[in-house]
Design a protein around this ligand. Structure first.
Ligand SMILES: [Zn+2]
Length: 106
């Protein structure tokens, strides 16, 4: 069966609720989606940044302010491009990835 979204809405000002055409409803916290951003830059910074125990982590403004989704644009029939409140929008969230993220809502 080809999957597509039947409903997309923001809940509690902090999460996305997606309903799929097979009846599955999943809830995605904005911060989870931001951390799961599949773009090359995000994957790179996660996998290759050396852990330096002598250095205190600096928080960027986006980590202090709760992250939000400001825009979601469908790309083709298989993905959404999500723009986050920190200005980041290079991640393409395929339906496949979205099905793996989030948690099922009864
Ligand atoms: Zn990214």
């Amino acid at each position: 069966m080809e999957l597509f979204l039947t409903e997309l809405k923001i809940v509690d000002d902090s999460a996305l609720l997606i309903e799929w055409n097979d009846g599955l409803r999943r809830r995605y916290e904005f911060s989870q989606l931001r951390n799961a951003c599949p773009c090359a830059a995000c994957r790179h910074s996660k996998s290759e940044e050396p852990a330096d125990p002598m250095k205190l982590p600096l928080l960027s403004p986006s980590e202090i302010e709760p992250i939000k989704i400001t825009q979601m644009v469908p790309t083709g029939n298989y993905a959404y491009r999500i723009t986050f409140s920190d200005g980041h929008n290079t991640g393409l969230f395929t339906f496949e990835l979205l099905r793996e993220l989030g948690k099922t809502v009864e």
